[in-house]
Write a protein that binds this ligand. Structure first.
Ligand SMILES: NC(=O)c1ccc[n+]([C@@H]2O[C@H](COP(=O)([O-])OP(=O)(O)OC[C@H]3O[C@@H](n4cnc5c(N)ncnc54)[C@H](O)[C@@H]3O)[C@@H](O)[C@H]2O)c1
Length: 353
């Protein structure tokens, strides 16, 4: 394929800073146009994508352009499904930011619309495309940790949005911190360990900050038999403080060893009897060994690179199609049902009546 792809980016808010470098490094292969209703964002969009980038305010203008091959949806969550369905109906392939949509019903409508139009649906769960997160998967997949017993995944941030922001609205966000960002951890857990069998959940809401929960914890039993504890804390300043803690943390314990990824620190492995074929403790001190990870691209950049390859009909590693990413929303929805009913909820979920 020689012709340049034309890609519409729908939305030009905060996360464009992560997507724009992904497209800029591929500018010989694709041209982008942006739809952004807020004119005060246009200067920043030009800074990120070049002065010549075309910007419109109504995304329907992009969908009506027969030369546009595909769209990258980086809109607020309540607009993911309507924009994706309109894009599918217009015959455009779709990449959408996480979370795929606010609930399973919306995910199913998106999958159905894409199936009907014969277009692809990919979700930008960037952690699966990040080399540090991949390194932890490689450790687990090597089998050297033995049988996996326990996962602990954490997301820590200080999230304070101004009055009127869509993030403060439970309806527009699709819940609270769990649906918004613990879905990074849920999605990675599913990628690392397979599907979730049942969950229970507790949350804490601070109405002065947002309608949905700011803090949540999910306890999950995996189909593999492993246990997983996932938590999100949107009320901590820790990872910004000198001598504070971390932003994200993934720790896995197996019968023969353990490993973790900690943001800002890297990926580490300890094989208890020191017999590793790959992760050798050169000092013989029984310590954790740092995995040598080549960090060339960010998760967003690699996701966009693979998506563009797939659009060009080239061999691509798409790790997050719509059907798979739907199951991540399903776990978050199951957790909310568990919290509401103070019960353990099994998957797959039966549709709400
Ligand atoms: N992967 C990550 O780590 C990560 C981090 C932050 C955000 N995100 C995701 O990115 C998406 C967007 O989040 P954000 O932080 O950029 O939000 P944001 O509020 O900063 O940006 C959304 C933008 O969409 C624009 N917009 C709203 N309605 C529009 C319409 N009809 N047409 C065109 N533009 C419209 C808004 O003006 C705004 O500029 C969400 O899905 C969010 O979860 C992902």
């Amino acid at each position: 394929m020689n012709a340049k792809l034309k890609i519409g980016i729908l939305g030009g808010g905060g996360i464009l800073a992560a997507h724009a470098p992904g497209f800029m490094r591929l500018r010989d292969l694709c041209e982008v146009v942006v739809a952004e209703t807020d004119a005060s964002r246009h200067h920043e969009i030009r800074r990120l994508l070049g002065d010549e980038v075309a910007i419109v305010s109504d995304y329907n203008e992009i969908l009506a352009d027969a030369d546009v091959d595909a769209v990258d949806i980086i809109l607020p969550h309540y607009l993911h499904a309507p924009a994706a369905i309109a894009a599918a109906n217009a015959g455009k392939h779709i990449l959408t930011e996480k979370v795929m949509a606010r609930n399973l019903q919306e995910c199913d409508q998106m999958i159905e619309a894409c199936g009907r139009s014969g277009v692809s649906l990919t979700v930008c769960h960037d952690r699966r495309y990040d080399s540090e997160w991949q390194a932890l998967k490689d450790v687990v997949d090597s089998g050297e940790l033995g049988d996996i017993l326990f996962w602990k995944l954490e997301h820590n941030q200080n999230v304070v949005f101004p009055e009127g922001s869509w993030v403060r609205s439970k309806e527009k966000l699709g819940g609270g911190a769990i649906m918004s960002c613990l879905t990074h951890q849920i999605d990675s857990l599913r990628w690392y360990e397979g599907e979730v069998d049942h969950v229970t959940c507790m949350t804490r809401t601070e109405p002065g900050r947002m309608e949905g929960e700011s803090i949540g914890a999910i306890l999950a039993k995996m189909r593999s038999g492993a246990l997983a504890l996932l938590s999100i804390n949107w009320y901590t300043q820790s990872h910004h403080a000198p001598n504070g803690l971390w932003y994200e943390f993934n720790h896995v314990t197996g019968t023969k060893g353990e490993a973790y990824f900690m943001s800002g620190k890297g990926t580490y492995v300890k094989i208890h009897d020191g017999s590793s074929k790959h992760y050798y403790d050169t000092e013989g001190k029984g310590s954790f060994v740092k995995v040598d990870v080549k960090k060339d691209l960010t998760g967003h950049q690699r996701c966009i690179e693979q998506w563009v390859k797939s659009l060009r009909g080239e061999q691509a590693e798409i790790l997050t199609n719509g059907t798979d990413s739907r199951r991540t929303v399903e776990v978050a929805e199951a957790a909310y049902r568990a919290e509401e009913t103070k019960a353990v909820v099994s998957l797959p979920l039966q549709p709400a009546r």
